[in-house]
Design a protein around this ligand. Structure first.
Ligand code: ADE
Ligand code: ZN
Length: 347
């Protein structure tokens, strides 16, 4: 690609919108908009501790990860039937299609649901059906990644894996999420080893609020293929070299980091420094219904705050395809589409 310099800064917002991209870090329960939470609560007869959509939205003032997780898990309590999971994911795909997301790998938190008596089958079948329809209706390739809640025990993670294995063909990998500090990756060493034996892809949240040491153990103990967030790597030069050398992608989520006070404002986000250090950075939305924006909101606000240019847009979108878990031929096809988009803008 050599047409970056032909693209004027004035056309950057249109380019960010139009370019095809992959989303690799979206918790599907974090795409539940307040309106849908209330609609599902009514449909399922669930009583919410909020009087209105406005009331609920007003509670979205977070000080750290845990202050968000408390509200996020409460919001997920309205999901009961398979159709609820379908409707949630369908609403996400409508937004993703509008942002020209052409491939998405969706995290889901089954323990949040099975603990309330919802069957694993209900969760996975609803989400999987929405993924199949996303391909048919929007041309979006989509896959599921099952996340273990790290504030729970490894034994509970093993139990969750056993419940999910009858549906092994409906998810491509496992991840690790929820409260990070005090729950290091190595707590899940044995269950990740088992998942590796099963041929599942492996990712983990590390270095969102937690220290660089958690990123080291996610890599060396869990042997993950990508790091979710990873922004704390900046404090450890040896780790930065390791991430660059091994082309370990970071799924960075700028608006999430802003809303959870990981950075005081977007202008102080280290995404540009991570890119400049040669890391395979991607931009993602994390929990868009809670953090004030989907993919293109993340792109446009981050580009404005950090003064990023067309060449950064190309690198970020290309990284998203390279770091995805699709096959090599599909990666090449998406990157050709990306190249065509940039050539169209350069003309
Ligand atoms: N679950 C949903 N969003 C999360 C995040 N940003 N970090 C950890 N766990 C999460
Ligand atoms: Zn996340």
């Amino acid at each position: 690609m050599d047409s970056f310099s032909d693209i004027s800064p004035a056309r950057l917002p249109a380019l960010l919108q139009a370019m095809p991209k992959a989303e690799l870090h979206i918790h599907i329960e974090g795409s539940l908009e307040p309106e849908l939470i209330f609609a599902l609560a009514q449909r399922n007869g669930v009583k919410l501790p909020y009087d209105s959509v406005e009331d609920l939205r007003a509670a979205y003032a977070f000080t750290n990860l845990q202050s968000f997780l408390d509200i996020y898990y409460a919001g997920a309590s309205v999901l009961i039937e398979e159709q609820d999971f379908y409707d949630m994911a369908r609403a996400y795909f409508v937004k993703a299609a509008a942002d020209n997301v052409v491939h998405a790998e969706l995290f889901f938190d089954p323990q949040t649901h099975t603990a309330r008596g919802v069957a694993m089958q209900t969760v996975i079948n609803g989400l999987h059906r929405a993924c199949v329809d996303a391909q048919a209706d929007f041309g979006i390739s989509a896959a599921l990644i099952l996340c273990f809640l790290r504030h729970l025990s490894e034994e509970e993670a093993f139990d969750t894996l056993a419940q999910a294995l009858p549906y092994r063909d409906k998810f491509i990998g496992v991840g690790l999420d929820s409260g990070e500090v005090g729950n290091p990756p190595e707590k899940f060493a044995r269950v990740f080893a088992r998942c590796r034996e099963l041929g599942l892809h492996l990712v983990a949240h590390a270095g969102e609020e937690g220290p660089p040491a958690y990123i080291w153990t996610a890599l060396d103990v869990l042997q993950v293929e990508r790091i979710d967030h990873g922004v704390q790597a900046m404090h450890d030069p040896a780790l930065m070299q390791r991430l660059a050398r091994d082309h370990i992608a970071l799924t960075v989520c700028p608006l999430s980091n802003l809303k959870l006070c990981v950075f005081p404002d977007l202008a102080q986000h280290n995404l540009r420094a991570l890119l400049d250090a040669g890391l395979a950075v991607t931009i993602n939305s994390d929990d868009p219904a809670y953090f004030g924006g989907y993919m293109n909101d993340n792109f446009t606000q981050t580009f404005a705050a950090l003064g990023l240019e067309a060449r950064h847009a190309y690198a970020l979108a290309r990284n998203s395809f390279e770091a995805s878990f699709i096959d090599e031929a599909a990666k090449r096809r998406y990157i050709t589409r990306l190249d065509d988009c940039f050539e169209g803008f350069g003309r």
